[in-house]
Write a protein that binds this ligand. Structure first.
Ligand code: SF4
Length: 504
């Protein structure tokens, strides 16, 4: 079920060289990824040099049959990009959310481009200063504004497109997976030099459509085949002849977000051609192998639906303990708890999960969970289980203990928010009233993903950040936190204040 975590965005884009208008493809490609952002959605199509845009708050709506023609009429063309967003940067009142909805357009003189972005920029302060010099009325609403304007500035210097993207990669620190369209209808995608957020490329079976998608589910829903994951520091252009790939950064590093495997991605998505579902099953098996004593002293496994389900199956197979489907979601209470604003969280969690009392009464239970961030979600569920007569409750957590903030698009903004930054597993067990809290080891987590440790970002569990400014900010924030300084605000406010201090 996860906690109150938020992910930045989901991206989809496609170009058709056949007769078909592109809108239905970007609609479905994005709708399959609405789990990556609930606050707003947007579609942008390109037609005869013109950008047509639709941006709204909330989930992507169902389209009534009677309205289909109207949608196609408003969003014509063979090329389009789309986005779903949860803000991890910028302001988050309703007006700001509406303005910060993507895709965004940046233009100056005869230059113009549109981008859909997923990630989080770390050196916002420095970029804002640079952009404001060129665009005195620049209004920062989201990190996509920084990416699009920085790219525009590089193009304004007379650079060709590839060199402009290369400069962005050299000067923008953070996580960014971007799909975009230029004024003359070029369709491109690129990733930051560490390739932190996912973005894959694929095509329709007849090769008439080429697409980019945060997750493979965006391709699957359209019946497309996956070609490859866009590499770190890679620029990819899509044309009639397929994809043209170019690596623009010299160093060969990769830091793909480990948390995607544990929580964010849909289980039916594939990273490097392995289903997230299979990886999560292996997480469950690992937790059983790591905790033989607890297995001996337990009766049943239950999962926190739904991201705990796959690891529960693995744990059940490995331990031979019954996986009791005694926790159920209320159907149609579909909001992911982590997406909602803080004040709504408690009641929503309580409303979302129902427990089948007679199945847990008198039982020694293992709960599988994807992560523990603040600990309050899990605490509420354990309270429910205790009320219903559970004898013991052991928590198996697939993502290792989170000890530090994320600067790359997941809203774990401060040390103070993270129960794991100041408490060990025994203390956490006491706080949330579990008999034990068992985190999967980092080594086994990495092994299960099929990646090498140096190909993953695990900064929030190891404290080692793949980019230098993030490392400095994290170290600075930690020093302050340990001295009792209370971090305030959202990620961008905290980091920007520190970035400002450090660049003075
Ligand atoms: S810090 Fe954690 S959540 Fe953020 S990108 Fe790295 S692994 Fe993912």
């Amino acid at each position: 079920m996860g906690e109150q975590l938020k992910i930045a965005c989901g991206v989809f884009g496609a170009i058709s060289f056949g007769e078909q208008p592109i809108f239905s493809y970007i609609y479905w490609g994005m709708r399959a990824q609405n789990h990556r952002g609930h606050q707003s959605h947007g579609f942008l199509t390109y037609d005869s040099g013109k950008f047509n845009v639709h941006r709204r708050l909330d989930l992507i709506p169902k389209i009534k049959t009677s309205a289909i023609q109207e949608w196609f009429g408003r969003l014509p063309g063979q090329l389009g990009i789309a986005n779903v967003r949860y803000t991890t940067s910028g302001k988050c009142d309703e007006k700001a959310l509406a303005v910060g909805t993507q895709p965004v357009i940046a233009s100056k003189n005869d230059l113009k481009l549109a981008v859909s972005f997923n990630g989080n920029v770390v050196n916002t302060f420095q970029l804002k200063q640079e952009i404001s010099r060129e665009f005195p009325r620049f209004s920062y609403e989201c990190d996509a504004d920084l990416i699009s304007h920085k790219l525009l500035i590089e193009l304004m210097k007379g650079k060709d497109f590839t060199s402009a993207v290369k400069s962005c990669m050299q000067e923008i620190e953070g996580a960014y997976s971007v799909a975009g369209i230029t004024k003359d209808g070029k369709f491109f995608a690129f990733k930051d030099p560490n390739g932190i957020r996912p973005l894959c490329a694929g095509h329709s079976p007849d090769h008439s459509i080429y697409a980019f998608s945060s997750e493979t589910v965006g391709l699957d829903i359209n019946g497309f085949e996956r070609d490859f994951e866009v590499g770190p520091g890679e620029l990819v252009m899509a044309s009639k002849d397929g994809f043209q790939r170019e690596k623009l950064t010299g160093h060969d590093c990769k830091a793909f977000c480990g948390f995607e495997f544990a929580y964010f991605a849909r289980p039916d998505s594939r990273f490097d051609d392995r289903y997230v579902y299979e990886i999560r099953e292996e997480f469950g098996r690992n937790l059983v192998r790591e905790n033989p004593e607890i297995i001996k002293n337990s009766d049943i496994i239950i999962s926190l639906p739904e991201t705990g389900d796959d690891s529960a199956l693995g744990a059940h197979e490995e331990s031979r303990l019954r996986w009791e489907r005694a926790s159920r979601r209320h159907r149609y209470v579909t909001e992911r708890a982590f997406i909602l604003l803080n004040k709504e969280r408690y009641s929503t969690i309580d409303r979302k999960v129902n427990i089948l009392g007679s199945k847990v009464r008198g039982k020694r239970i293992i709960i599988t969970e994807d992560s523990v961030v603040r600990g309050d979600t899990t605490k509420i569920v354990i309270e429910k289980l205790r009320r219903m007569g559970a004898e013991k409750v052991h928590l198996f957590v697939t993502f290792p203990r989170i000890v530090g903030p994320c600067f790359y698009g997941i809203d774990m903004a401060t040390y103070g928010q993270l129960i794991g930054s100041k408490h060990n597993p025994e203390e956490i067990a006491k706080i949330i009233d579990a008999n034990a809290v068992c985190y999967q080891s980092i080594e086994n987590f990495v092994k299960a993903t099929g990646f090498k440790k140096d190909q993953l970002c695990l900064a929030c569990v190891t404290g080692k950040y793949p980019t230098p400014l993030a490392q400095k900010i994290a170290d600075e924030m930690k020093k302050k936190f340990l001295k009792g300084y209370e971090e305030k605000g959202r990620l961008y406010e905290t980091t920007e204040a520190i970035e400002q201090l450090m660049t003075k």
